[in-house]
Design a protein. Structure first.
Length: 304
């Protein structure tokens, strides 16, 4: 595998250009009434066992969808197993969670509710609590023929999460034809990002989020505690050991700390570790700085 990657990276600079990326759609089609209901549910602590945790506790939307903790804190002060990924632009990921165990936003929505370290509830109990709330009863019945159910709960939250997109970054403007959207140094960072091989995993409209990759291709990444086996925990296939979904780099400037274990504190740290462990390269400080400058052009504007 390393030989294949080496051959790919050695020829990448010849073929790589901006066609490897796509700007985000300016508008995402959503069912407005569902999204409004989903927004209320997303921010409602009623979904947790002790009524203290909501989806937005770990994914505060105005903070780019993350809490900036290495591991989020759930009910009873419990620490989660992995770093919390952002919900912004998650609709464009090809699967959800670091290990890809959910195929889409709807399938993902219920997992934190029933995770004992996160919201610690049961779907039966959540549905019963919602049925005691007149607002929810009326809203669900107006939208769904069968009213309140776990399936409809997931559907509404997913519809709201579809609205959480940031199609207005400097890089999106650049991809849409504004060649002055990026400075000379930012363009140099983009060139390095492509020439050094980062683009092999971080490409497409979400600059990632569209494949799985092994953590530590060339050099093992040092982590605390027991190693996380990643996809293997889901598939039980030996090949999948230490494989994780490649995260989107959109808004990455704002979503520290980094990696599935939250072990990289700064963006510069993350880039330095990635080029060494994933690409087998050692870059100069100024090269890493230029790549970081480019990555900051992926930051868009957030909204409620």
């Amino acid at each position: 595998m390393k030989i294949i990657l080496f051959l790919f990276f050695s020829t990448l600079s010849f073929y790589a250009n901006e066609t490897l990326f796509k700007p985000l759609p300016l508008n995402e089609s959503v069912y407005a009434q569902k999204a409004k209901l989903g927004q209320k549910l997303f921010h409602d602590t009623l979904l947790s066992k002790d009524n203290t945790i909501s989806c937005s506790t770990c994914h505060p939307v105005l903070n780019y969808g993350v809490d900036n903790l290495s591991k989020s804190i759930g009910i009873k002060g419990q620490k989660g197993d992995r770093n919390t990924p952002t919900v912004w632009n998650a609709v464009y990921n090809f699967s959800q969670f670091w290990d890809g165990r959910a195929k889409d936003l709807k399938e993902q929505a219920l997992d934190p509710i029933i995770n004992p370290k996160e919201m610690g509830e049961t779907l039966t109990s959540v549905v019963e609590k919602l049925k005691k709330d007149k607002y929810y009863v009326l809203e669900f019945e107006e939208i769904y023929e069968d009213g309140i159910s776990a399936n409809n709960l997931a559907d509404a939250i997913a519809e709201y999460e579809k609205t959480l997109t940031t199609p207005n970054s400097k890089f999106d403007s650049y991809l849409r034809g504004d060649t002055n959207a990026l400075s000379a140094k930012e363009k140099e960072g983009l060139k390095l990002f492509m020439d050094k091989g980062c683009v092999a995993c971080h490409n497409g409209q979400n600059i990632g989020g569209n494949l799985y990759q092994k953590s530590g291709v060339y050099e093992e990444i040092q982590i605390e505690g027991s190693p996380d086996l990643g996809r293997y925990n889901i598939t039980k296939k030996v090949f999948d050991k230490y494989y994780f979904k490649v995260p989107s780099l959109r808004n990455v400037e704002m979503t520290a700390p980094y990696f599935h274990d939250g072990s990289a504190v700064t963006l510069k740290d993350a880039v330095a570790i990635m080029v060494k462990s994933q690409l087998g390269r050692q870059l100069k400080d100024e090269e890493i700085d230029d790549i970081v400058l480019f990555l900051k052009t992926l930051t868009g504007q957030v909204h409620e």
